[in-house]
Design a protein around this ligand. Structure first.
Ligand SMILES: CSC[C@H]1O[C@@H](n2cnc3c(O)ncnc32)[C@H](O)[C@@H]1O
Ligand SMILES: [Zn+2]
Length: 435
């Protein structure tokens, strides 16, 4: 029996087989794991800490498997453009003005937003990684983080320095925040990092057991030149470069053909589907059901808040299920259970991080979702509601690694008002510098 316990009592637990059972969930706060699941495990008095889950569903904490958390500062700054113009005309000029303090403030805003909507774990590709790590540590979340590398348009020295920074921070911060932070080397994309440096970065990272995370096959404008110049598909090139291992994970995977889907399945490389960003930038519709049918691990990501425009993964769940049907021209494609799995277990698998399952021995990364709001009545099928009707604001408690990050909708690990105010001010100053 654990000596330092958190009891999540009176709720219904979402099990890995998508059944829902009336059960308490008992957590060992010492090692952050679930120790028992069942009815009436102990009285509130006997537990060291209790969370009331009555009327709610206790589910795995959501996993936002691709974001740029600090881009909250650029939420609403530039809309209604396709990816390339959006990045070149608006986002990259603004990001050139970012300071370390801006990244800390924007990341903290992103973390508050994620904790409030039940996300416990995320993958972050951005700049000033030490600030991202410090924010994750303080917030109590779990993350795989990395420095995003862009070499095109840079002289050789600064291109090499960018690659070096990605490798250095990945080595230095792996295991930070009591092991809740893991790292990856993060080339921005197959077209924004020159081939020789991409090859070097991938080889060095893999030599040290560090995974690669990159944007891939996001838009036609990105895929077509690769096919033209190399006479091969982008993921065939990625495979040749060595970045399709089973620890690597790719964001988007919108324009993948059958041969690339097969390759992903063979290599065990995961795809992070970002439906809202893909819709907003008109990038296209990812073949999610075909990826699932082939056995590819599919996770969900919000992408940055500037192309979404929020970090509520419940929105992604719904978008993934809806858009998956349009993409497959089949209303039975990407059913509710598949969408929930992508947002939880699929995310944890893609990032090779603990969590994603409510079961004994699993990491105690949990979201407790209230089911008493009018938009959730009646509740014929809780899994249907999680996919199609629940909103991030329905989350009552968030727990990561056995620690309560949000209790009764109050974020405990970060000062929400201060975080929001600081980010507002920094966003105004950032944009003023960029214009
Ligand atoms: C080099 S750090 C990450 C880099 O990626 C940019 N970004 C944000 N959203 C997207 C997207 O959908 N596709 C490609 N790149 C994106 C972000 O602004 C940073 O510059
Ligand atoms: Zn992205």
């Amino acid at each position: 029996m654990a000596s330092d316990t958190l009891l999540v009592s009176g709720g219904r637990a979402l099990r890995p087989d998508a059944t829902v059972v009336e059960a308490d969930v008992l957590v060992d706060r010492g090692d952050g794991r679930i120790v028992e699941i069942g009815p009436d495990l102990m009285t509130d008095r006997d537990a060291d800490e209790t969370l009331d889950a009555s009327g709610g569903i206790v589910m795995p904490g959501l996993v936002n498997a691709h974001t740029h958390a600090a881009m909250t500062l650029l939420r609403g700054y530039a809309d209604d453009k396709p990816l390339d113009a959006w990045l070149r005309e608006d986002i990259w000029p603004a990001e050139a003005e970012l300071t370390a303090e801006d990244v800390r403030a924007g990341t903290e805003l992103g973390l508050v937003e994620m904790i409030r909507s039940g996300t416990t774990t995320f993958a972050d590709m951005y700049f000033h990684v030490p600030e991202v790590v410090a924010a994750v540590d303080e917030a109590g979340m779990r993350a795989r983080v990395g420095h995003g590398v862009v070499t095109v348009g840079k002289d050789d020295e600064s291109a090499r320095a960018d690659v070096r920074e990605s490798l250095d921070v990945a080595r230095e911060y792996d295991g930070a925040a009591d092991g809740r932070v893991r790292t990856a080397v993060m080339p921005h994309s197959l077209t924004t990092v020159d081939e020789p440096l991409l090859r070097e970065a991938v080889a060095e990272a893999h030599e040290d057991g560090i995974p690669i995370h990159t944007h891939a096959n996001e838009t036609r404008d990105e895929v077509d030149p690769i096919v033209e110049e190399r006479s091969e598909r982008p993921l065939s090139y990625a495979d040749d470069v060595g970045l399709l291992s089973d620890a690597d994970f790719l964001a988007h995977g919108v324009h993948v053909d059958e041969s690339e889907i097969e390759l992903l399945a063979e290599r065990g490389t995961a795809v992070v589907h970002c439906p809202a960003s893909n819709m907003k930038l008109a990038s296209g519709i990812a073949p999610v059901q075909a990826l699932l049918d082939a056995g590819v691990t599919v996770a969900l990501g919000t992408d940055g808040a500037a192309s979404n425009n929020d970090l509520d993964l419940f929105d992604e769940l719904r978008d993934a299920a809806m858009l998956g049907k349009i993409g497959a021209d089949d209303a039975s494609a990407v059913p509710a259970e598949a969408a929930v799995t992508m947002a939880t277990e699929g995310g944890a698998a893609a990032l090779s991080l603990p969590g994603g399952r409510v079961e004994v021995g699993a990491a105690a990364d949990l979201a407790v979702v209230d089911f008493d709001a009018p938009h959730l009545a009646p509740a014929h099928d809780p899994v249907s509601h999680l996919a199609y009707a629940v909103r991030g604001s329905d989350v009552r408690h968030t727990v990561c690694d056995g620690r309560v990050l949000m209790r009764d909708r109050e974020v405990l690990t970060l000062d929400e008002r201060e975080v929001v105010e600081t980010a507002r001010q920094r966003a105004v100053d950032l944009v003023a510098r960029a214009e």
